[in-house]
Design a protein around this ligand. Structure first.
Ligand SMILES: O=C(O)CCC(=O)C1=CC=C[C@@H](O)[C@@H]1C(=O)O
Ligand SMILES: [Mg+2]
Length: 341
């Protein structure tokens, strides 16, 4: 990662001094998670979040730490808009649960539906998407396969799901070549569905390769996996593709970084995947950053990302988990120290 004098790495002791580790229950299972753990950092400019998923290795997780440090030690760039429109996110639930999940988000103009869940069939995806379309006939509807299909499966699935009029399909298959192939095959069939790259951006050595390869119509960007708001802004600018800002299933502290990113983008053509606070049964900030009439506020984000001490105490992670996170913090800090000069 590039070195910026304004983001000199704080000492580990400074990070440890302001660290709180929480475990928050979720209302519904999402990407196999029913409780979300996060380490929150208090710095001179406010709070930041370090919450890479538990299975991530240190190199990948260290980018999330850079993002948390940016928020707490540098703050956010000036917003260009007052509110950020968001989508509802429907996990891979049975079709019968769709209305309950949607209700938690309140009125929204866009919905993202998870598809291609391991152990489920295309019929489950079709039923879930049909249930969303039935509940919200006018909504912009996108699906996210998290690279769960092969190329032929994706072509078949998106041809069928395309009947529900999709805004785009996020990461239908793994890799950049796979995305390009699906895009070309759908177009050749006369059933074009726009393709968005997510994992091919946030997990790639080079987040710009997907754009250079013209493998996607748009990119999904997340502040934490990309190393922070400013780095994500540079990636969007250099990619030259429309961007959708999405969450990393963060607490309100991390969501504020996503909102800051979305609010600072010169162009924001799509609703953002930042409504996921509605999937948490409890949060650390009062009031939490959850959608209000389909959008989130982009002003006073420092205040909106300040945890309530009582909530930090109530949802403090068990001692062994706090130890695990502090150890991870130490390792990821060492990765950042080795990559910044
Ligand atoms: O974009 C959204 O609507 C919500 C965020 C979301 O889908 C994700 C959050 C966290 C981890 C990811 O697996 C997932 C995604 O793939 O976009
Ligand atoms: Mg995705």
């Amino acid at each position: 990662m590039t070195t910026d004098p304004a983001t000199a790495l704080p000492d580990l002791s400074e990070l440890e001094a302001g660290a709180a580790v929480v475990r928050l229950p979720m209302t519904v299972k999402f990407r196999g998670v029913t409780e979300r753990e996060a380490l929150l950092l208090r710095g001179p400019e406010g709070w930041g979040e370090f919450s890479p998923f538990l299975e991530y290795g240190d190199a990948e997780a260290s980018r999330w730490l850079a993002s948390g440090i940016e928020a707490a030690w540098q703050g956010f760039p000036e917003p260009l808009r007052a509110r950020v429109p968001v989508n509802a996110t429907v996990p891979a639930v049975p079709a019968g649960q769709v209305r309950d999940v949607l209700a938690a988000f309140g009125p929204v103009q866009a919905v993202k539906v998870k598809v291609a869940e391991r152990g489920q069939a295309l019929a489950d995806d079709i039923a879930r998407v049909a249930a969303v379309r039935d509940a919200l006939p006018e909504a912009d509807l996108r699906v996210d396969a998290n690279a769960g299909w092969t190329v032929p499966e994706a072509v078949e699935a998106l041809t069928r799901l395309g009947e529900f009029s999709l805004e785009y399909a996020e990461q239908p298959v793994p890799g950049i070549n796979g995305l390009a192939e699906v895009r070309a095959l759908l177009e050749a069939r006369g059933t074009p569905v726009k393709i968005a790259a997510d994992e091919a951006v946030r997990k790639a050595e080079d987040p710009l390769r997907v754009a250079r390869a013209r493998a996607a119509d748009l990119i999904v960007v997340k502040a934490a996996p990309l190393g922070g708001v400013r780095r994500a802004l540079r990636i969007v600018q250099e990619a030259g593709l429309p961007a959708v800002v999405s969450s990393a299933l963060d607490t309100s502290v991390g969501l504020a970084a996503g909102v800051a990113l979305a609010a600072a983008l010169p162009s924001l053509p799509h609703a953002c995947g930042l409504g996921t606070g509605a999937l948490l049964a409890h949060d650390v900030v009062r009031p939490p950053l959850v959608p209000e009439r389909g959008s989130l506020p982009a002003d006073s984000l420092g205040e909106r990302a300040t945890p309530d001490p009582e909530l930090l105490e109530r949802f403090a992670a068990p001692e062994d988990r706090r130890g695990w996170w502090l150890e991870r913090l130490r390792r990821c800090h060492a990765v950042l120290a080795a990559t910044r000069v």
